[in-house]
Design a protein around this ligand. Structure first.
Ligand code: DOR
Length: 433
């Protein structure tokens, strides 16, 4: 099957909204025709009442390969991504072994070649994510890595972070994109021993807490380092009102910072941990209602550039451990659009911006993802029904792990189809391979 026509729908991208059919060609991987009354395709999908948008791009996913293939693999994670409407994801480097060498980057790229979406590896800033010596960033950038992060931990040493920023800023890559350092903002001296947000609920539950300041101090430090070096810093998974305020002020001052927020941080509070259900354990932790409001406001006013899922699959065995011992993290790829569409009150145009166009730009993927939807562009698209109501069911998730905090939640908005490089990889919500 080489050509597919999407007929009767509405196209929305960064240039607006229009009623047109779209023909995609799996042979070239491109959008072959846009117009009305397209016929003669090998397959025609009636998308009347639905919206064709650029595929989503997730700057923050854990695919667990190499090292923990029981929790997820590149293939299974890409399937979850495709079901969620993502056509590109940036894989985090906290693999085993760590993604800090050409060998591991090449392994991830090789597995990614048959995936259901584009797999863009990120790599560690420091060797082994140990925070001591810089990884061979130049060599890894030569293999196509555009984001570097020690995600799972932040770079604690300010001098080392300064050097990493200066090094990244001096690197010239031949495709016109930037190298971006992406920071997990957490001062471990303050957060260690904490398994949830430090506050009323951690006291009630008798669990160690991580204060908001553990995140905010590193956000503020890295803003200062962006000012000092002039280099780009991307702040991962902002979770506190203080972090959002700091990034807002940094942007107003013109410093080169960008930021992301995860669906769980704009929907759930630390009260969700009340039953010691480890599906609600995550780093940074779920915070208070006023933090949730601040993250929403940050997304609405552009302080926070993108939604990133921090998809963090863990096996049922791992999540069955007691709360203080279970690994942190929640899956998010398949539910991100529905949660955002249900909870944020943003238009589809705004959601395209924060889930597709902006992350594609930041991740150095803008030539292939994020739109615009035009003839000759790579056919990386998804089709959504913004009004469909459905219930999230962990048993129906396409990835290998089911540690969603949203099981049983009624949501509005669903990804119906996903087209990756001209191939229909998800049809009527089901992956085709
Ligand atoms: O909750 C989290 N899980 N936060 C992280 O930073 C790492 C991630 C994981 O790898 O499971």
């Amino acid at each position: 099957m080489s050509t597919t026509a999407l007929t009767g729908g509405t196209v929305i991208d960064s240039s607006g909204s229009r009623q047109v059919d779209v023909l995609v060609d799996q042979g070239t991987g491109q959008i072959a025709e846009i117009g009305t009354g397209i016929s003669g395709a090998d397959r025609t999908i009636d998308v009347a009442g639905q919206t064709i948008i650029p595929g989503f791009v997730d700057l923050h996913v854990h695919l667990r390969q190499p090292g923990n293939e029981a929790a997820e693999t590149i293939e299974s994670g890409s399937r979850a991504a495709a079901v969620g409407g993502f056509t590109a994801v940036v894989a985090m480097p906290n693999t085993t072994p760590c993604t800090d060498s050409a060998a591991v980057v090449n392994e991830i790229l090789a597995f990614g070649r048959t995936a259901l979406c584009e797999i863009k590896p990120s790599a560690a800033i420091t060797i082994g994510r140990d925070g001591e010596a810089l990884a061979p960033m130049g060599e890894l950038a030569g293999l196509g890595v555009r984001m570097f992060t020690d995600d799972g931990t932040g770079v604690q040493d300010a001098q080392l972070m300064r050097r990493a920023l200066e090094y990244a800023d001096s690197m010239v890559v031949n495709d016109g994109t930037n190298i971006v350092l992406s920071q997990h903002c957490e001062v471990t001296a303050l957060s260690q021993g904490g398994v949830m947000h430090e506050g009323e609920w951690s006291s009630r539950l008798g669990l160690g807490g991580q204060p908001s300041e553990a995140e905010e101090l590193m956000v503020m430090r890295d803003i200062a380092l962006a000012r000092l070096t002039g280099a780009r810093v991307h702040m991962q998974h902002l979770s506190t009102a203080g972090s959002v305020a700091a990034v807002r002020a940094a942007k107003a001052a013109g410093y080169p910072v960008t930021a992301e927020a995860a669906p769980h941080h704009f929907t759930l509070t630390d009260a969700a941990c009340a039953d010691y259900d480890t599906c609600f354990k995550v780093h940074p932790p779920l915070r208070t209602a006023s933090d949730v409001e601040a993250v929403r406001a940050g997304l609405a006013d552009g302080t926070i550039d993108v939604i990133a899922t921090d998809h963090a699959p863990h096996t049922a065995d791992a999540k069955e451990l007691p709360f203080d011992q279970a690994p942190p993290g929640m899956v998010g790829l398949e539910t991100a659009f529905a949660i955002a569409n249900t909870e944020l009150g943003l238009s589809i145009e705004q959601l395209v911006q924060v889930m597709s166009s902006r992350p594609a730009e930041i991740g150095g993927l803008g030539d292939r993802h994020g739109g615009p939807i035009e003839v000759g562009r790579p056919a990386n698209l998804c089709v959504i029904d913004a009004d469909e109501e459905w219930t999230i069911d962990r048993a129906q998730l396409a990835g290998l792990s089911s540690n969603t905090p949203f099981h049983g939640k009624n949501v509005r908005g669903r990804v119906r189809h996903t087209i990756f490089s001209g191939e229909v990889v998800v049809l009527d919500t089901k992956p085709l391979r």
